[in-house]
Design a protein around this ligand. Structure first.
Ligand SMILES: [Zn+2]
Length: 168
């Protein structure tokens, strides 16, 4: 079920991002990749999320011997921002150290979409080169639920409506 307060992602307008900001994001993601804990895959990934207020939060992948517990760099960066009280993002840069693809996995796409369905994904693909993809293209139909707030509002409106209509 789609959250009624959350329009279809394709109806969002993606923000613009400057070349300089892209470079800053990829540079921050590259630094974060140096801190990756990736003894199993050997793939060090760094991510940097750009908040609407200009702050940048970074993350690296953190693997685990129980593979399913591994957390990707993108989610680490977003969770760091959320834990600092920041929830509005305009872009997310990804740097894959030693890998040709920086494309976020399905789980990360869903998490990014929860907070920033309109954001831009900046992928570092070759040294000095990056590609920008709107999140709405990576996950056009994200899973969503009605939030508690909208659910309560609906219940309250129904009660008011019923009361006004004489239903008891
Ligand atoms: Zn991922």
């Amino acid at each position: 079920m789609r959250n009624p307060k959350r329009p279809h992602t394709s109806s969002y307008k993606s923000p613009k991002i400057s070349v300089a900001k892209c470079r800053t994001l990829i540079s921050a993601a590259k630094e974060a990749a140096k801190k990756a804990y990736a003894p199993y895959s050997g793939l060090a990934i760094g991510a940097a999320v750009l908040a609407a207020n200009g702050d940048i939060f970074t993350g690296c992948n953190v693997e685990n011997a129980s593979y399913g517990l591994t957390v990707c760099a993108e989610r680490v960066a977003i969770f760091r921002a959320i834990s600092e009280g920041v929830r509005v993002f305009t872009a997310l840069g990804i740097f894959p150290n030693g890998s040709s693809s920086a494309m976020p996995c399905g789980a990360c796409r869903q998490v990014i979409s929860e907070f920033a369905p309109q954001c831009l994904i900046v992928l570092s693909e070759e040294p000095g080169k990056s590609r920008i993809i709107p999140m709405s293209k990576l996950l056009p139909e994200p899973f969503s639920l009605p939030s508690c707030q909208s659910y309560n509002l609906t219940k309250i409106r129904t009660r008011i409506s019923n009361a006004a209509g004489g239903k008891r």
